[in-house]
Every structure is written in C-alpha cells, then in structure tokens.
Design a protein around this ligand. Structure first.
Ligand code: TNX
Length: 545
C-alpha cells in the first residue's frame, strides 16, 4: 500500500500537498474546488453550532450535524441562532448570493471557525457531509472515542453537483430487506451526496407494499411458497422448502419516506406494469388474460403472465393502487416499470385483441404503449410524472415519460433526441448485481462483469448527443437486483464500493475525475465504512503501470 501511495503521489500532479489527496482532506465525491490552508479547527465540547436565518429547515440541518457528532465525541453541542455567537463556532448560513446547481455550497474551515454557506438548506446539508468527511473516521462510531482529537483541516471548498439525479436502486421483491436496513442504505446514500432511492417494490417473486384496498397483496402476493437456493441455470432447481416473504406496511413506507427526506433523498417507488406482475396476479387472478390460477414465482426470469391490457378492471386496480402509492410517496416521479413484458398472452386474449381493434392499434407493442400512456395520463392528472424502463420506447413513447436506459445507452440516446428526460442506468456500467471480480472467487451472482474502475469510468453524457440533447440527461443510477442476493451483508458487498464510484460519476465534473486519485481517497474512506459496519468488497489497489 505504501508503495502504491508513493507512486500515486509522485505520478499525479493532483496528489501534491495542498490538493485533494492531502491525507487529511479526502472527500468522496470529490468536490469541484478545494484549497487547503494552514492550520486546523479543533472541535470541543464548547463548540457551538450557529444557524441563520432562524427557520425550521435550517435548524434541522444544525440538529442533524449535532446528532451526527454526538455519539463518537460524547459532546452535546449547543445549537442556536444567536446573532452574537461566541468564537469557535460552526456556522450554517443561508447565503442567497451563492449561485449554482441545486445543492451548491461553500465550506470554509479556519482555526477559529467553520462556515458552511449555501442558498438553500440542501446545500448546507451537503456541506455538513463534507465536514463529516474532514473529521477523523472515528466520528462515525456509535460510542464515545476518548482518545481521538477532533480536528478539521483548514480548507476552502466550493462545490456543486454535476447532475440533478443521483440515484441508487434496490430490488426488495426477489429478496426482502427490513426497514432498519433500508434506513442504513439511505444513510450511506446521504454520506455520498446521492439524492434518489429507487425502491423496486413489486415483481413476479413478491409484492412488498401494503395496499389497503387490496389486502390480498400483503396476504398472498407478498409470499412465495419456497425459495430457490440452487443456481438459476441448474436443473433440477433446488429449493429450501420454506415459505419466503415480507412486506412493508404503509406506516413503515411513510417512515422511510420521512427518514429519506431528512437526508434530502427522494424515494421513488416502482410499481411494475404490465410485466413482472405475477405476484399481483396470484392475489387477483382476474387481472390476468387467462384468469389464472397463478402462483407467486419462485424462480428468476421473465414470465408470460402479465396484467391484461384488454380488461377495464386492470386499470381500475392499478389506478386504485397508485392512489395509495401517491398518498405515501410525495415524489414528482412514479416508476411504472414497463420492462420485459412478453406479449404472448395479449396475442391470444380476446379482450386485448378487441382493445387493439377499438383503439386502432397496430400490434401488441402499441397496446403496451396505450397501457403506459393511459397510466401516465392518470398520474399526470394527480400532478405526477412517470419513469419507465427503456422498453416503453417500443410502440410509441408516452408523451411526458422519463426513460431509464438500462439495456445500454441506446434507449436513453433515442429518448433524449426525442426531447424526453433520461436517467442512465446502463447494464454495461451500473449493474451492481453483476460480478465485480473474477467469478471463480466470488459468491454466485447473476453474471456480467463490472469492476470498480469500469463504474468509475462511466460518463452519463454519451458523445452522440448535442449539448442541447445532453440537457435531457438528468443523471444516472446504479441498480441492485437481488435474485442472487439474500442477505444484508451481500447487498452491501455488491453495492460498495461501486456505489461510491457512482457518487463521483454523478457529482464530480468529468474533467476532475481520476481513478487513481479516487482509489487513494477510497482507501481512507474504507476506515469510515469499517466503523459504519458496511460489508464492502475489497481489492488491494493495483500499482499504477
Ligand atoms: C433485467 S433491468 C431486469 C430485472 C432483472 C435484472 C437482472 C430490468 C428493467 N429488468 O428484472 O432483475 O435484469 O440483472
């Protein structure tokens, strides 16, 4: 490691003292501008947190900071909006004259004070995250660390995000994860200045959200009769014989939304339609073309039974579901899935064929477009917009839809050229369920190969786009599908550190990114993750050749 660092420091001009890899200044994602200065600020029991102006939102960032610092230091810092503060304070100030993208902030540390300024509270929150990373990693401990000096190196930081959408996804259908874990997942997003949690709540293998109007979703659709334990490609499949399931109550989902909002993270729920719907059909078989019976699926893959596009009751069901979903999730966007919906059932279904005729549609792809557009209209009427996987381009894109480009970037490029918003989640770079190292030595995964450096190298703006078209790329997201991921430890192992590389992809200006510099900073960042009890994948850094 020493050798690696020595080589890294000599070869990279960005690594000289006074710059980002100054041992003590190691922030991820890398801020836009950092200037190291002489000296340091020492945090003590006497330090005050002073916020202004005196309003609830600014105050709550101050409280968040005090609570962040308290367990490890044992300090109970005083928080006030006093106009004549004592020296040696941490100031959180709204300053309208600072301009930039949403989240912009400045952080100025000197031996006598720390000032975080931003035009909005969200910027103060990001400044707090940077300040957190300037403190020793032991600040993350949940018990008092008596031997640590809580010093913060003097520094001037000017920072703002590159993209407005900085997301991470989690599939809780294939495997279910409890509320406590979802909160930990969200906390780690906040540490890395990510702002969106895409919650994949429904799929063939389980429906995970309580819907009051349709109780069988939690009673039937949230359970499968046994769980696959063998390799998906092996025959015969091996099962453990035990029922598997779980769901979030509406109260729990609201708790998550609120928890995330305090961390400036939006939760986007995904309700899959028309495909990946077998679990829902198992509970309400009348919503399928054949009428069932159906069972919650125990294997992984793409399955033929999807919501019937010919029946009015399908739309009645989905609209009622979405009304409850909108009541829980205040997000501007609702993700409606749209991916991997085989058309075999629709081809043979008299209701669907009648609909095709009546609506003057060409084929089943146009029927899917009709389906998505109809749902979009409903959500628009309630002030929301839809996101769909790139399959929603087939058969005609719903007018206001945002496209999540997962089968590479081509769907995203096409949508941006059509002046639709795009979120890049290509399975060439951002699928964290794929292997990150030699499969021979890794726990079984779904396939693929996306090592850390590949994630880091990703640029969400494809060369093919003009600057105007590029403006439609809202940002990027990492996806974590959990077919092969059963435990919380395994989720973290697959997600980290790749999601940390992603944070720099979506935050840091492209021209400031440098993998070796990142890998250096990551090495000290790992100490923080150790204390936070995160089970990340570790590989010894390769020397620069
Ligand atoms: C494709 S990505 C899917 C998921 C799987 C994933 C596995 C997408 C929109 N659909 O249903 O879990 O591949 O990598």
């Amino acid at each position: 490691l020493a050798l690696f660092l020595a080589i890294g420091f000599t070869l990279f001009p960005g690594c000289k003292s006074g710059d980002t890899t100054n041992k003590k200044v190691s922030i991820i994602p890398l801020p836009r501008e950092i200037k190291s200065k002489q000296g340091e600020f020492r945090l003590t029991n006497e330090t005050q947190i002073i916020y202004s102006p005196d309003n609830e939102e600014v105050k709550s960032v101050a409280v968040y900071l005090a609570e962040l610092i308290s367990p490890a230091t044992g300090y109970n810092l005083s928080i006030s909006s006093a106009s004549a503060p004592k020296k040696h304070s941490v100031f959180l100030k709204i300053n309208d004259s600072i301009a930039g993208a949403k989240g912009v902030y400045q952080l100025n540390v000197s031996p006598t004070k720390v000032i975080i300024e931003a035009p909005e509270a969200i910027g103060l929150f990001y400044g707090v995250q940077s300040l957190r990373q300037l403190l020793p990693p032991e600040i993350e401990a949940q018990s008092v660390q008596p031997d640590i000096q809580w010093t913060i190196p003097s520094v001037m930081i000017k920072d703002e995000p590159r993209f407005q959408y900085r997301g991470l996804h989690l599939d809780v259908s294939r495997h279910f994860f409890p509320v406590s874990f979802i909160k930990k997942y969200i906390d780690l997003l906040a540490l890395h200045k990510m702002n969106t949690f895409h919650w994949h709540l429904t799929d063939d293998q389980g429906w995970r959200l309580e819907i009051k109007k349709y109780p069988k979703l939690k009673e039937i659709a949230s359970w499968r009769k046994e769980t696959l334990i063998g390799h998906g490609g092996q025959k015969p499949f091996k099962y453990d014989g035990k029922p598997y399931g779980g769901f979030y109550t509406q109260e729990e989902a609201r708790e998550i939304v609120e928890y995330a909002a305090k961390r400036y993270i939006t939760v986007i729920p995904e309700i899959e339609m028309p495909g990946h719907a077998t679990a829902a059909l198992a509970a309400y078989p009348e919503l399928g073309c054949t009428g069932g019976p159906y069972e919650v699926i125990t294997r992984w893959g793409v399955f033929p039974d999807i919501f019937c596009a010919g029946k009015e009751k399908t739309f009645e069901f989905l609209e009622n579901v979405l009304l409850e979903v909108m009541d829980i999730f205040p997000s501007k966007y609702i993700h409606i899935g749209g991916d991997e919906a085989p058309k075999n059932r629709w081809e043979k279904c008299p209701y669907c064929q009648l609909r095709i005729q009546k609506e003057n549609l060409k084929d089943e792809h146009e029927l899917q477009s009709y389906f998505v557009t109809r749902i979009e209209k409903f959500l628009n009427q309630h002030g929301r917009q839809i996101i769909g996987w790139d399959e929603i381009l087939e058969g005609g894109l719903a007018p206001g839809a945002t496209v999540m480009s997962w089968r590479g970037e081509s769907g995203g490029i096409k949508a941006a050229k059509m002046k639709h918003e795009v979120i890049m989640t290509p399975n060439s770079h951002l699928y964290f369920d794929y292997y990150q190292a030699n499969p021979e030595n890794e726990p079984l995964a779904i396939g693929g190969f996306i090592p850390l450096e590949k994630v880091y190298s990703y640029n969400p703006i494809p060369d093919e786009l003009s600057p105007e078209e590029a403006g439609y790329i809202l940002g990027a997201q990492g996806n974590l599908w959990t077919e092969y991921i059963k435990t919380q430890e395994q989720v973290e192992y697959m997600t980290y550190p790749r999601a940390i590389a992603l944070s720099e992809v979506v935050w840091t200006p492209e021209e400031k990114k440098n993998y070796y510099n990142f890998r250096n900073r990551l090495e000290s960042h790992f100490k923080r993750l150790n204390i936070l009890n995160v089970n990340y994948f570790y590989e010894v850094p390769k020397p620069i050749s």
